[in-house]
Design a protein around this ligand. Structure first.
Ligand code: SF4
Length: 442
């Protein structure tokens, strides 16, 4: 793959580090980058400050994501100006003009991430910086990563990219383009590979996973069925879903899959109808509650988790209270609470009724308190249940930590189970919303 000059100079044996920000899709794509670097002869370094090349796989869903990537880039450049820096992913894709002023040697958007190894070599050979061409991403290829990270007990498989929803606060459709779904044969082949390496749990990920198949005449349950049919795969989990896109038929089909984890992360964003409307979300709180009820009808023992945004533009005290009451009425097993941040280029960025930072911070505090209480209550309700626990880590001779299909962390005492084992456990206690305690049963 590399020129004689590259081989002679040892550039293909350079040490690299990857820093990943953001969602599970980004984590999957970092594994793709990692595979391409290893295949090219690069060596992994655990220390970013003693690496010859550092790849920052960025996220721009909030302002904080951009800041983290920028700060890290500056620190790496200040530490060693000769280190090759690659700024990749959603941030340069969505904010190319701004990102190009930061001094990264190579800028890559959300496409061509697996060509980064070749770009680094080319840069070393020619000293020529690379900048991707801006535009809405259209790449259709999914590179099965063929790389099993057995340090992790669960493998991600990306089956979808892109989103056409254009929620008024969200920059992602600009960074990721339209919905593009991966074909079933490729998904099966990657699931077979991961199962063959010993991964028992597969997590299906996408930018808007619920849209899977809309461009190729399929539905998400088709992909779920395909992965559940692979020998060696023992559990399949779905990442975040959009509530309005799930039909009764989809849920019925999910329920027919024994390997599918009864854990649904159903994105809410707000429990106020007016706020949802301004957000350009396509459901009301009542419709969201109906979808939750439908899921619980088929999965009585399931965990429903969600994302909640506080302090969106124009959110009044009354709307915030409605949101809190709605969250309480659902009884979530976990909520990711976050504060709205303006993303230039989105419809909401043009508004003038932004919530003062202090008010947003106070709302964050209140909503996080409600979320913590609900989680603790859910964990408390696990007591007495028998669950299959996938062991994640053996912390000491005394105990190991694992996860139930409902995504509840369990501390397991008096068991010799090892990482990657799935064991039957009775939940005997809960430590607030931190973890449950269990004993193995034969
Ligand atoms: S569904 Fe809305 S929030 Fe989710 S990625 Fe698409 S535009 Fe963003």
């Amino acid at each position: 793959m590399f020129s004689e000059t590259a081989q002679k100079n040892g550039w293909c044996f350079m040490k690299y580090a990857i820093c990943t920000f953001g969602c599970k899709v980004n984590q999957y794509e970092s594994a793709v980058i990692e595979k391409s670097l290893k295949d090219a002869g690069f060596e992994k370094s655990e220390d970013i400050f003693s690496s010859d090349a550092v790849i920052i796989n960025s996220c721009c869903v909030t302002e904080n994501g951009d800041k983290k990537a920028k700060r890290l880039l500056m620190r790496i450049k200040n530490n060693d100006p000769s280190c090759v820096t690659v700024l990749a992913g959603c941030y340069p894709q969505a904010f190319g003009g701004e990102a190009s002023k930061l001094g990264a040697d190579i800028l890559v958007g959300t496409e061509n991430k697996d060509a980064i190894a070749a770009m680094i070599i080319k840069y070393k050979e020619s000293g020529q910086a690379y900048t991707f061409s801006y535009g809405r991403p259209t790449e259709k290829l999914y590179r099965g990563n063929g790389h099993a990270d057995m340090e992790k007990t669960r493998a991600y498989i990306k089956i979808e990219d892109g989103c056409d929803c254009f929620c008024s606060y969200c920059i992602i459709p600009y960074a990721r383009g339209s919905v593009r779904s991966r074909g079933i044969a490729e998904i099966i082949s990657e699931a077979e590979f991961q199962a063959g390496c010993g991964h028992k749990e597969i997590i299906l990920v996408g930018i808007n996973l619920s849209c899977y198949g809309k461009d190729i005449g399929l539905r998400l349950p088709d992909a779920v069925h395909a992965v559940c049919s692979v020998a060696g795969v023992e559990r399949v989990r779905l990442s975040s879903l959009e509530p309005e896109l799930l039909t009764r038929n989809d849920i019925e089909r999910f329920a027919a899959e024994e390997k599918l984890c009864p854990h649904f992360h159903l994105s809410l964003q707000s429990g106020s109808a007016k706020t949802l409307e301004r957000m350009n979300r396509r459901y009301t709180p009542a419709e969201y509650a109906e979808t939750v009820a439908m899921i619980r009808e088929y999965f009585p023992d399931c965990a429903i988790t969600t994302d909640i945004m506080v302090g969106f533009a124009g959110e009044t005290d009354r709307e915030f209270e409605e949101s809190c009451e709605f969250v309480k009425s659902i009884g979530f097993a976990g909520c990711h609470v976050f504060t709205y941040s303006v993303r230039e280029g989105t419809a909401a960025a043009k508004r003038s009724d932004f919530v003062p930072k202090q008010t947003a911070a106070e709302r964050y505090r209140i909503m996080s308190g409600i979320a913590a209480q609900q989680k603790a209550e859910f964990f408390e309700r696990q007591k007495g249940q028998v669950r299959e626990v996938l062991i994640q880590r053996r912390e000491s001779a005394e105990y190991a930590n694992g996860l139930t299909p409902q995504y509840v962390p369990v501390r397991l005492y008096g068991s010799s189970a090892r990482k990657h084992d799935i064991v039957k456990v009775r939940i005997i206690g809960a430590c607030g919303g931190d973890f449950c305690v269990g004993t193995e049963i034969s």
